[in-house]
Design a protein around this ligand. Structure first.
Ligand SMILES: [Mg+2]
Length: 409
């Protein structure tokens, strides 16, 4: 029988090559939670290790590395540790049933604890899929009644920055063949307008341009932005208003021709249902880390399909190759998304945690790695090197956010 014999939780601090800034935060490194799960076949003694990651962010779900680790150690892990997988089912099916049971009993899909649950959920699925000898993308695709595709094409994201650097980044995406670029806006109306104008001028008519205001506006300023940028063909406006202003989101969805995408408003499966029912958006930005893992993300995708809502794969800034691979597995297992974000690993992180390079290539192309489970193997040396104790990790994160330091890119 297969038993979950060990669950190890740690925090890593991954340094960036440069600081990344948007309207809610600026950071020059990322603190992430890593979970390692060991499963053992009690009959044969064979073992498998699963790896999971999450990126808790106070300004997204209200979680920090500290709260996430307390939640995992105190509430989630004890529900899985020393449990046996149901031997009448395949390991992936058995472990996903167990995950769903625990999630239901602790109301994981109705509370903003996604970044706490995600790392553990991914590690459990990764270990079970490795034992079974399948990739997560194939397994998820089969559950969806389809075959996994082999690759997806990512869009680019432009953070806040100096005007000079903006042009350099736009040219980079243009010559790298990206078909979609999302601009971070909301800092200052004049700069926003400049950014949009410059992006359309340099990228040409065929590139899809989106903007993300990260909660910076209200109804009136969003409406005004839309009016002023009518000539530039903006496809979507992401999270224009603070996360709890659903009435304003409903109105904006009704009156604007740009698609309203929710991100900070969408952190749980329950919130996806509420947003869909209230018609508060046209698109969901789904980041595995904030919503509680792959199974939660799949539920949100299903809700989107039922309500004619478009889906966008999002990413936390600072994800290592583990979360990038998990996001890609989800994307490859489903119908085409409206847009995919992330996979800037090489450009953002000084060093990654995975042996596989998950960075998107020319045209934003990201191929699914061949490996079983999530598909990546950890670089143990880097994992050990970047591991930090929790107190110092949270203290440094808080310091960065408090100073609002912004080297810009
Ligand atoms: Mg966003």
């Amino acid at each position: 029988m297969i038993k979950i014999t060990d669950i190890k939780v740690s925090t890593v601090l991954l340094p960036f090559r440069f600081a990344f800034k948007h309207s809610l935060a600026s950071r020059s490194f990322s603190t992430n939670v890593i979970v390692k799960v060991k499963m053992e076949d009690t009959a044969t003694g064979a073992t498998a290790f699963g790896l999971g990651e999450s990126v808790p962010r106070d300004y997204v779900t209200g979680e920090t590395c500290q709260t996430a680790i307390a939640e995992i150690k105190g509430n989630f892990a004890p529900r899985f540790l020393n449990q046996f997988l149901d031997q009448d089912r395949k390991p992936t099916e058995s472990v996903s049933r167990l995950i769903e049971e625990v999630a239901a009993s602790l109301n994981v899909y109705g509370r903003r604890v996604g970044a706490s649950f995600c790392a553990l959920e991914l590690a459990l699925l990764d270990a079970a899929a490795k034992i079974e000898g399948v990739s997560i993308s194939q397994w998820l695709a089969a559950k969806n009644g389809r075959n996994a595709v082999e690759s997806i094409d990512y869009g680019g994201v432009i953070p806040f920055g100096k005007r000079k650097v903006l042009a350099a980044l736009l040219y980079f995406y243009k010559f790298y063949g990206y078909k979609t670029v999302k601009l971070k806006v909301g800092d200052d109306p004049e700069l926003d307008l400049f950014t949009v104008r410059k992006a359309r001028e340099l990228l040409g008519a065929s590139t899809v341009i989106r903007v993300d205001a990260n909660c910076a506006w209200d109804f009136d300023s969003t409406f005004e932005f839309s009016q002023k940028t009518q000539g530039y063909n903006i496809a979507s406006i992401e999270q224009p208003v603070p996360f709890d202003r659903l009435d304003e989101l409903v109105e904006l969805t009704k009156v604007l021709k740009e698609e309203i995408v929710v991100d900070e408003s969408l952190c749980t499966v329950q919130e996806a249902q509420d947003l869909a029912r209230k018609k508060a958006c046209g698109g969901f930005n789904i980041r595995i880390s904030k919503v509680g893992g792959l199974l939660a993300a799949q539920k949100i995708i299903d809700i989107a399909h039922q309500h004619g809502i478009s889906i966008h794969l999002g990413a936390q800034v600072g994800e290592s190759g583990i979360l990038t691979a998990a996001g890609r597995a989800l994307a490859c297992a489903n119908q085409k998304f409206e847009n995919y974000e992330g996979a800037a690993n090489f450009f953002l992180l000084k060093e990654d945690l995975t042996r596989e390079n998950m960075t998107a290539g020319f045209g934003g192309r990201g191929k699914m790695p061949d490996g079983k489970g999530i598909g990546v193997t950890v670089n143990e040396q880097n994992l050990n090197r970047f591991e930090v104790n929790l107190q110092s990790a949270d203290a440094s994160s808080a310091a960065v956010e408090a100073t609002g330091r912004s080297l810009h890119v």
